[in-house]
Design a protein around this ligand. Sequence first.
Ligand code: ATP
Length: 285
Amino acid sequence: MKTQTVPAYAKLNLTLDILGKRDDGYHELRMVMQTVSLCDDVTVTLTDGTGVACRVAGAELPCDERNLAVKAANAFCEALGYHGGIDITLTKRIPSEAGMAGGSADAAAVLRALRDLIAPTLMDERLEEIGARVGSDVPFCVRGGTQLAEGRGERLTALRNAPRLYAAVCKPDFPVSTPALFQRSDRVALTDRPDTAALLAALEAGDAAALCASVKNVFEQVLPDEQRARIEDIKRALLVHGAECAAMTGSGSAVFGLFREEDVCRTVCEALRSAELQTFCTIFV
Ligand code: ATP
């Protein structure tokens, strides 16, 4: 049996801006996204049977078509006319409903593994196209690195790799509903917007300090009061402990602080970890 195990890396939003609502109901976004080392493990095995089977360790998740990894396998089979059986095993470490694209990362890892096993000559562009049918963040997760993501998040422009920074990721014990947050964003005037151009210039210059000065997420302004207070508390704690900047990622609820030194990042993660707050020391990849 042919089998392949690949990492499914999480992402952080260095910036997230909402430019407006489109006629098709989606929001027009502009984001700079960064892959980080925190990952799930995804094992894909080609079997003699038919259909896609999925097992998940480390999280309570559906194993049917609602799971993005299964959806990705089905999209791949449909696009390539593949009819063999596929077994998927997910070992989850990326926290759920964190704004770290955990589901999309698994979907992208399945696509990469299936390409290696079934269609090694398939171009990256084609794989990203199949990914876009599964979810807006999947093309980014297929590509990885540092990317400008526009449209719904699926339109990517490769950027110079960000300087190697460490991220202390803090996941509070409440989820944030992405659709609800988008709805709230339609009713709130977004005043404090990220300066995406400044972040792009910082990346181009390889300037870590300028990068940190431009990290911002408009979704923080949209959160309900109680959640915003919790996010602000975590950001303050990260900054007090020496983070160069702190922001929420995606639609939350994870918050990250950026550090130049791994040992400082690790110490902060240990200091802030509690029953209400999971923490992860990660590095840009
Ligand atoms: P994003 O940053 O893309 O908004 P997120 O971190 O907020 O992602 P996820 O944890 O990726 O959110 O996904 C949350 C939802 O997706 C949950 O409702 C979960 O049941 C569903 N889901 C489907 N497949 C997966 C998967 N393989 N891993 C995690 N969640 C999944």
